[in-house]
Design a protein around this ligand. Structure first.
Ligand code: F6P
Length: 346
């Protein structure tokens, strides 16, 4: 068989580890690999490279993606599906392994369901919000970076009696904010899913300082919508601007939070927005391991002709689930977890 592979959407650590794992297993099965550049765009615009042993050697530990990435995909309409099919036909590609998040999987489903493409999906995103799987490649690495950042912010906050507000990525899902906040010892964790006001956050800070603490750490998920119960501050809804692919362009809510907290508590409050630092650099060992398990299974599914599947983490297992499961709303933190998060605050 000739197997195509692509990485779509926002990059993250661990993409190369998936490519490496898919390649090893597929070569063991006697198949040939072709890599499409810039995600689905490379399939639509016929931009590819042969994935040889020389190209793939040593990439397991590398961040980013040797195939590059973009957010375009066939679900965006026009003649994209037809052009994608023509490219795949030209290169005699029998099946495609698609590594991506929500948008990239929409493209995979469109091509599989409407155009009969033999496709297998591998989930990645630092947001960990793709429905159908409990874990995505890249999440653990981003979490490690965010946690280390909080460790560093804690010591400088202490030296200067400051409140530090640290904003992490994750779009509408608070997984990164929640686990980084808990692991990094944050005193307040503001999640997109929880309706916590800046007054409540400030009360926690004021109470701590009343109990003899001179510094505090606040973690904010970038999708947090600012609420003010006193009406002293404008509510800020972060979801109004959209990027080229229709996703909300987030980032900056921490500035509003810090302003409100400083006003309400009287303590000097500084902001750190981690941004794309969370997506860069080498993957953690856990992400390399997850990527390896996902890549291995994806290659086996293709070999067996079991298409239309997403390789997924379900409980302790890595197994195939129907690609349709990636449809629908982002996988966010359920309400019954809020009490757990609250127990770490203050
Ligand atoms: O989905 C991954 C992610 O890093 C989000 O957490 C973030 O909001 C977004 O992508 C940033 O996208 P871009 O790199 O296009 O600015």
């Amino acid at each position: 068989m000739k197997i195509g592979i692509l990485t779509g959407g926002g990059d993250c650590p661990g993409l190369n580890a998936v490519i490496s794992s898919v390649a090893r297993r597929s070569w063991d099965h006697g198949h040939e690999l072709i890599g499409f550049k810039y995600g689905w765009r490379g399939v639509i615009e016929d931009d590819s490279i042969p994935l040889t042993r020389d190209v793939v050697r040593g990439i397991m530990r590398e961040g980013g993606t040797i195939l590059r990435s973009s957010g375009d995909n066939p679900a965006h309409g026009g003649d994209r599906p037809e052009r994608a099919l023509a490219t795949l036909k030209k290169h005699q590609v029998d099946a495609l392994i698609v590594i991506g998040g929500e948008g990239t999987m929409k493209g995979a489903l469109t091509m599989h369901r409407d155009h009969g493409l033999a496709v297998v999906g591998v989930p990645k995103t630092i947001d960990n919000d793709l429905p159908g799987t409990e874990l995505t490649v890249g999440f653990d690495s981003a979490l490690a970076i965010a946690t280390e950042a909080l460790d560093r912010l804690a010591t400088t906050a202490e030296s200067h009696d400051r409140v530090m507000v640290c904003e992490v990525m994750g779009r509408t899902a608070g997984w990164l904010a929640m686990y980084a906040g808990i692991a990094g010892g944050a005193d307040v964790i503001l999640l997109p899913e929880m309706d916590m006001s800046v007054e409540e956050a400030s009360e926690i800070v004021t109470r701590r300082h009343g109990q003899g603490r001179d510094s505090s750490l606040i973690v904010v998920g970038e999708g947090y919508n600012l609420r003010s119960t006193t009406g002293l501050f404008d509510d800020v809804n972060v979801e109004h601007e959209l990027d080229a692919y229709g996703f909300p362009r987030l980032g900056g809510i921490s500035n509003h939070v810090a302003h409100a907290v400083e006003q309400l508590t009287g303590f000097e409050t500084r902001v750190t927005i981690l941004g794309h630092v969370q997506r860069g650099g080498p993957p953690t060992a856990r992400d390399r391991a997850l990527a390896s398990r996902f890549g291995f299974l994806a290659a086996d599914l293709v070999h067996e002709g079991n298409f239309g599947q997403l390789v997924a983490q379900v409980g302790r297992d890595v197994l195939p689930v129907p690609l349709e499961q990636t449809e629908g709303d982002a996988r966010v933190i359920p309400e019954d977890v809020f009490e757990f998060v609250r127990s770490f605050m203050g």
